[in-house]
Design a protein around this ligand. Structure first.
Ligand code: B12
Length: 132
């Protein structure tokens, strides 16, 4: 058991909308998580930062125009680096029909626009665990 905070890396697929990510990062920090806030978009960079920062979880915001096939690459890289236990959650703008597709790739949960912070934090507290 450890008393360190649960560490979440935040990244995004797509350009702009930094304000949304900053708001999310502060909501998670206020709820007691340690947030490593990045504006990384490439799978290699996201997985490399996750390893360097020894995170427990990766949270990704999908923005308008996001290339969601990058989720597949993220999961392949996590396997290749031998850290398949790092789970990935996402949220943001995404056509509803794409949600099953990203879940099939491995995304554990997707939170669409309109989800309240209270719902997000409650889910995170129940589902995101320390990896050591
Ligand atoms: C603010 C805003 C802007 C600002 C952004 C300021 C900034 N620096 O961030 C400005 C004015 C710059 C802007 C520009 C544009 N915008 Co704009 N914008 C918005 C607006 C009003 C709010 C977006 C936002 O920040 N939401 C707040 C965040 C926190 O909420 P959220 O993203 O929905 O996320 C929630 C959940 O999904 C979840 N979540 C999200 N990510 C994650 C990740 C994890 C891990 C978890 C657990 C949860 C989670 O948590 C959040 C809590 O509810 C929306 C409309 C709207 N009401 O949503 C349009 C909107 C997103 N914009 C839109 C468009 C089209 C544009 C432009 C392309 C317009 C243009 N032609 O130039 C540009 C593109 C800019 C770019 N790519 O950088 C469209 C997108 C349409 C689409 N689906 O593709 C929208 C939906 C407006 C509309 N109805 O048409 N925009």
């Amino acid at each position: 058991m450890t008393d360190r905070k649960i560490r979440i890396l935040m990244a995004k697929l797509g350009d702009g909308f930094e304000t949304a990510m900053m708001k999310l990062a502060s909501a998670f920090s206020e709820a007691g998580f340690e947030v490593i806030y990045t504006d990384l978009q490439e799978p290699e960079a996201i997985v490399s930062a996750a390893l360097q920062e020894s995170v427990d979880h990766i949270g990704i915001t999908t923005l308008p125009g996001a290339d969601i096939s990058k989720f597949s690459s993220i999961f392949e890289l996590l396997k290749k680096e031998n850290v398949p236990d790092i789970k990935v959650t996402a949220g943001g703008f995404l056509d509803e029909s794409e949600i099953p597709r990203i879940k099939e790739m491995g995304v554990v949960e997707f939170f669409p626009k309109g989800t309240t912070y209270a719902e997000l934090i409650q889910w995170a507290k129940e589902n995101i665990k320390h990896l050591d």
